[in-house]
Design a protein around this ligand. Structure first.
Ligand SMILES: *Cc1c(COP(=O)(O)O)cnc(C)c1O
Length: 403
């Protein structure tokens, strides 16, 4: 039975997306990956309870499961990581990284613009655990340098950042962090490994919400942490096993299926986003558009260096402020007015600046002003899906006409 793992050292990204982590089933020859739902595995009398996590042998599914392991191996291949650990959500992966790398008395430098859940974790929980948090505009290398202290253990960035698509220079920040004895983690959910491979640029850890582009179809929550093998073993033993934020094998199986088409989907997402961003740039009701692929993006040059694909997220403003949210939610016919992103369906949601600053970010006045200068009263975060781009533009046009 031809079931030995294939040699994929020379393989391109699309081949890895299809074949990495997978092999035909040794018993049945099944070509597609099995869905193994078993929570426990029959073992010999020599096997201890805790021995399953990093061994060949499966013992209990909170440590590892064959279907989840296939996903972890495929993700590691796509990111060029030594290893990866899957979690039940992106937030579980972020929380695991913080618990793995930070102790009371440590300091973390965190991007001031981030996914709301990550920002709230930094604002509320880490300080309560005795970890000092500095929120910094990580696009400003001098500000990053100034924030680093001998107690800094971790620098955490997002690029492009949710929701305003601000970029951070991964290689430059990795150099600053390492010179200060800290490590760099990159939430690469918006970029995906098709656009950017943070580990190759010097980052120590990569985080993904698998719920977004990697799963790609809006039907499975998941998260992943990727990095050096020894630390991923620690992440499994110390955070996954003890805190229990495991990924369901069924979700792993759905995400594996989604991943097989990731490079193809990202090409189509980026093409559609380019089309829609250019349409919005000339629309009379739209005052500002951010898309890393547009020459008007303030960091377009960095985007060209750091992103091989500009992804499918477009952020735009109208002059109507928060009132526009109700209008678009009522009028859009194809595009869903909903949170989340990275699905084949187009999704749009208004991110209200006052709400974000008061409830999630709690930044100092100067940082709040700097966010406001970018985002005004609020922005529409538009996850451009895989529909025909002409239909998306027509849908936006008829909804924006009511403003
Ligand atoms: C959605 C998202 C997360 C959180 O992921 P979940 O799977 O919803 O827990 C983290 N980071 C970014 C950038 C996200 O967009």
């Amino acid at each position: 039975m031809p079931h030995a793992p294939r040699r994929l050292e020379q393989a391109g990204l699309q081949t890895l997306a299809i074949h990495a982590g997978e092999a035909p089933d040794p018993v049945t020859g099944a070509s597609a990956p099995n869905l193994v739902m078993s929570t426990t595995f029959v073992v010999d009398g020599e096997t201890a309870f805790a021995s399953g996590s990093d061994k060949e042998q499966f013992v209990y599914a909170r440590h590892s499961n064959p279907t989840v392991q296939q996903l972890e191996q495929k993700l590691a291949a796509l990111e060029g990581a030594e290893a990866g650990v899957a979690f039940g959500s992106g937030m579980a992966a972020i929380a695991a990284l913080m618990l793995l790398t930070l102790r009371s008395g440590d300091h973390v430098v965190m991007t001031d613009v981030a996914y709301m859940g990550a920002a709230e974790l930094m604002k509320d929980y880490l300080p309560a655990l005795g970890v000092r948090v500095s929120r910094v505009n990580t696009a400003d290398l001098e500000a990053v340098r100034a924030a680093l202290t001998p107690a800094t253990k971790l620098v955490h960035i997002e690029t492009p950042a949710n929701p305003i698509l601000r970029l951070t220079d991964i290689a430059a920040v990795a150099e600053l962090a390492h010179a200060a004895g800290a490590r760099l983690s990159v939430d690469s959910t918006y970029a995906t490994p098709v656009a950017t491979r943070p580990l190759a640029l010097g980052a120590d850890f990569v985080i993904h919400s698998l719920t977004k582009y990697l799963g790609g179809h809006g039907d499975a929550l998941g998260g992943a942490l990727l990095g050096p093998a020894a630390e991923m073993t620690a992440a499994r033993d110390k955070t996954l096993v003890h805190f229990g934020g495991v990924l369901s094998p069924f979700n792993a199986w759905l995400i594996l299926r989604g991943l097989a088409t990731l490079p193809l989907r990202m090409r189509a997402h980026a093409e559609n986003a380019w089309h829609v961003a250019r349409f919005l740039e000339t629309h009379p009701k739209v005052t500002r558009v951010f898309y890393p692929g547009l020459p008007s993006h303030p960091q377009h040059a960095l985007a060209g260096r750091q992103m091989r694909n500009f992804s499918g997220m477009v952020t735009f403003q109208t002059a109507a402020g928060p009132r526009a949210a109700r209008v678009l939610s009522e009028r859009l016919e194809i595009i869903h007015y909903a949170v989340s992103l990275g699905h084949h369906r187009s999704l749009v949601f208004f991110i209200d600046t006052a709400d974000l600053l008061a409830n999630s970010y709690a930044l100092d006045p100067a940082q709040s002003e700097s966010y406001r200068a970018y985002a005004g009263d609020g922005v529409f975060r538009f996850s451009v899906g895989l529909e025909d781009p002409e239909d998306l533009c027509r849908d936006l046009d008829q909804a924006l006409a009511a403003l």
